[in-house]
Design a binder for this molecule. Structure first.
Ligand code: NAP
Length: 319
């Protein structure tokens, strides 16, 4: 497919169409804007025009225009999850590089549909916007893992009070928000669990609280407590998670604000770097690297997202 710069485009900058112009679209636009030309399409033309004006981009007539224009190299899908699969498949089939928001899909059938659309395409064709994989605190934590020896247990906890009033009302807390912590656990352990047990305390369907126990082939165990039904400090700050190995332990504030290491006689303490604290900047750079060179596999690729979503689906299977 030919990718020609639009008239007036800064030479060398790829054009990225942002699809769905709500809250997270603003974050991606801010991080992509210094390195890409931006175009915007949403359900309503008002939302697309507002973001185009704010980020000196171009409003599009609709999603189809993003697919049809040869100068649009990539799309960043920022719509609610129920639209992710159809929009991702259409964009891949139009030859675009895709960044799709988390959760990539809402069922195994949707994951398979995206997998089919990827057959024969280079590994950089699809990236999932799982920013937890790009948080600098995860980098620090992983650098400490060799110090604590073989992993025994990882326990991640984030319990907040969140009462969705938008499209999130129809989605479970585990799929919509807990997926970040499933991805974090997956990045720490780096393996598929052999067993997944789940409990969904409290009333309600979809669930507002999930408690997961995972067993890995190595014998390591993972635990996730995630909820939208628990009064907490803003942002759920000052809750703690643990990584235990045979030779030591890492404790971290669950958002990554700080981390502490105890291994043998050694002790370490680090504030999570505040620069790019949520990882969105690093994520945008990884995405644009794969837009420029689709043979390059991004860190948050399809296989990683499929592995992590499968944990969510296995948890839901137990209900
Ligand atoms: N990584 C993170 O930390 C993070 C944080 C927040 C959200 N997210 C994810 O990002 C996605 C969007 O969440 P959000 O908070 O940005 O939601 P939001 O604020 O409600 O924005 C969604 C936008 O998508 C537009 N839209 C709805 N249906 C569409 C369609 N069929 N085609 C194109 N646009 C459509 C909406 O319409 P209008 O045109 O009417 O405005 C709205 O502007 C979700 O998957 C969510 O899980 C991730």
């Amino acid at each position: 497919m030919t990718r020609e710069p639009a008239a007036g485009a800064a030479p060398g900058l790829p054009t990225v169409a942002i699809v769905g112009c709500g809250r997270i679209a603003r974050v991606h636009a801010a991080n992509l804007a210094p390195r890409a030309r931006l175009a915007f399409t949403s359900r309503s033309s008002e939302s697309a025009q507002a973001l185009a004006a704010r980020f000196s981009g171009e409003p599009l007539a609709g999603f189809d225009e993003a697919l049809e224009r040869p100068d649009v190299a990539a799309v960043a899908i920022c719509s609610p999850v129920e639209h992710h699969t159809a929009q991702t498949v259409a964009a891949l089939e139009a030859g675009k590089s895709v960044l799709v928001e988390k959760p990539m899909a809402q069922s195994r059938a949707e994951v398979e549909a995206i997998g089919r659309a990827l057959i024969g395409r280079p590994p950089g064709s699809l990236m999932v916007a799982e920013n937890y994989l790009y948080k600098p605190s995860l980098g620090r934590l992983r650098a400490w893992l060799p110090e604590i020896g073989p992993l025994r247990r990882v326990r991640i906890s984030k319990l907040t009070r969140q009462q969705p009033s938008d499209w999130r009302v129809g989605h479970g807390a585990l799929l919509e928000g807990g997926i970040h912590f499933v991805a974090l656990l997956g990045a720490i352990v780096g393996a598929e669990p052999a067993a997944v047990r789940a409990d969904f305390p409290g009333a309600g369907d979809p669930e507002r609280h999930a408690s997961l126990e995972l067993e890995y082939p190595s014998g390591a165990r993972g635990e996730i407590r995630y909820g939208w039904d628990t009064p907490s400090l803003p942002g759920g700050i000052l809750q703690h998670s643990f990584v235990e190995g045979e030779d030591g332990r890492i404790v971290f504030e669950s958002n990554g604000l700080y981390l502490a290491l105890r291994a043998g006689r050694g002790f370490g303490f680090r504030l999570g770097p505040l620069a790019d604290f949520m990882g969105f900047g690093a994520m945008a750079r990884d995405f644009l690297g794969s837009v420029r060179n689709p043979a390059r596999r991004p860190r948050s690729d399809f296989d990683t997202a499929r592995r992590d979503l499968e944990v969510v689906f296995r948890a839901y299977d137990t209900r």
